[in-house]
Write a protein that binds this ligand. Structure first.
Ligand code: ZN
Length: 167
């Protein structure tokens, strides 16, 4: 493993990957989003329940995949729980900026998620880190129901996935 990769898999990230927080199925989830990153084989199932004021009352995920995808989901749920939609949207943008190489003022609000900054050197890993957040972005756009998002958006829009013998 290269030094850069070792830095990437820091202790905190590995800890989240091994013992993910907010892991499991969310009872009475208002929104369920299935996120798929076929480039790496990561899957995230995100459940969100909104409070009467529209805030993120509860958020849980399940799934499997590489350490970065699972740790990012774990850290994301920890960060987002209890936040308002506006706060959550701000964190989403800040995280997106962070992993694509743009550090802004908002970056400081990300806390432990700042450790994910290392992925910006690895374009494939950016998809892993963003998977849970893509699912969350979709969850914010729908107040109820179930949907699927993919990091390979061209495939999901063209019907490639349903046509594939691999399912
Ligand atoms: Zn991955």
């Amino acid at each position: 493993m290269s030094v850069e990769l070792e830095e990437l898999y820091q202790e905190v990230i590995l800890d989240h990957a091994r013992r993910p927080r907010n892991f499991g199925e969310l009872a009475n989830a208002a929104v369920l989003v299935h996120g798929d990153n076929p480039a790496c084989g990561d899957e995230i199932h995100l459940g969100v329940r909104f409070g009467p004021d529209g805030s993120l009352q509860d958020i849980k995920f399940s799934g499997h995949g590489c350490a970065i995808s699972q740790a990012s989901a774990s850290m994301m749920t920890t960060k987002l729980k209890g936040k308002t939609r506006a706060e959550a949207t701000e964190l989403l943008r800040a995280f997106q900026d962070l992993v694509t190489g743009e550090t802004t003022k908002q970056s400081q609000n990300l806390g432990d998620l700042l450790l994910m900054q290392g992925v910006q050197k690895f374009p494939q890993r950016v998809k892993c880190a963003m998977l849970a957040w893509r699912a969350f972005e979709q969850a914010l756009q729908q107040t109820a129901g179930e949907s699927t998002v993919s990091t390979e958006t061209d495939f999901s829009n063209s019907g490639f996935r349903t046509a594939s013998p691999l399912g």
